[in-house]
Design a protein around this ligand. Structure first.
Ligand code: A2P
Length: 282
């Protein structure tokens, strides 16, 4: 499948499958199996999601050679420290049933992410992770992290969708050599994304849905979307975006949807920091 190259030369698929909230018994495994059948080769999980074991089972059952897959997981807040990462990463590998990860991310810019980054640098140098990165880091924290460490994060996974486009942040990340991945690229359907008139009318020209237009728009911006779905038809639909291209005029029209505001929360909002720090995913 089409890929993007990270600054360290590693090729990463240009579209992946997200599994946040796929926690019911069997649900995650089924969805990942459908995604792999549909052609996805990148699966994005996290310790916090509580489904690494299910992802591992689906991956094994698929029979797809390991080197054709791109598996990402993330370090959760209480473990974001040097010692925490040293212990949490082997646990993640064990749950997934893998002996290396393609990408491992610090999930949130909280706790001792300096210490955690040093542990990730060690795992990377030991060849246990092909690329290391972060998630939800705004440019100020990213520049600071890079200034004081040896290895530059290859990826920053952020909320990006048509209502929160983050074009200036993308320019900064590109200058730094950091590739953006988009979590909740469909804004989880918020603000009526699936019936948005601009996305509907652009989609009608190509016989595509607003979800497909949105994912294609991200791919054309060089941002790697990670849509999730528990429904086999929608899983397939979200992968079926490689037989059309949006024109410059389409891209410009979509740019008018930007509100400059998150559809979820700001990582600088004290209540969000508190919630994410003490949150448990049951
Ligand atoms: P479902 O699992 O029932 O398909 P995001 O990736 O932005 O967080 O969005 C995920 C949400 O959007 C889920 O609620 C998912 O529901 C829904 N969804 C995913 N793909 C589509 C699609 N192509 N059309 C409509 N809804 C979708």
């Amino acid at each position: 499948m089409n890929s993007v190259q990270l600054y360290n030369g590693v090729n990463m698929p240009c579209l992946g499958f997200g599994v946040f909230r796929l926690t019911e018994a069997g649900e995650c495994e089924r969805a990942v199996s459908e995604a792999l059948k549909a052609g996805y080769r990148m699966i994005d999980t996290a310790a916090f999601y509580g489904n690494e074991e299910a992802v591992g089972r689906a991956v094994r059952e698929s029979g797809i050679p390991r080197e054709e897959l791109f598996i990402t997981s993330k370090l959760w807040v209480p473990d974001i420290s040097y010692e925490g990462a040293r212990q949490a990463f082997p646990r993640t590998l064990r749950l997934l049933g893998l002996d290396y990860l393609d990408l491992y991310l610090i999930h949130q810019p909280f706790n001792d992410y300096y210490g955690a980054w040093r542990a990730l640098e060690e795992f990377y140098k030991e060849g246990l992770i092909r690329a290391i990165g972060v998630s939800n880091f705004y440019p100020d924290r990213m520049i600071d992290l890079i200034a004081h460490h040896e290895i530059v994060p290859a990826v920053n996974q952020l909320e990006v969708n048509p209502f929160y486009q983050r074009t200036e942040e993308q320019e900064i990340m590109e200058e730094l050599g950091v590739r953006i991945e988009a979590w909740s690229p469909l804004a989880a359907g918020k603000d009526n994304l699936f019936t948005n008139p601009v996305l509907v009318s652009i989609g009608e020209k190509y016989g595509k849905t607003p979800a497909q237009v949105t994912l294609r728009w991200l791919v054309q911006r060089g941002i790697v979307p990670l849509p999730k779905s528990s429904n086999a038809d929608r899983i397939r639909q979200n992968f079926d975006i490689f037989d059309f291209s949006l024109s410059g005029a389409d891209m410009k029209q979509i740019s008018t949807l930007d509100t400059g505001k998150s559809c979820f929360y700001s990582h600088r909002d004290p209540s969000a920091v508190r919630r994410l720090t003490y949150m448990k995913w049951e």
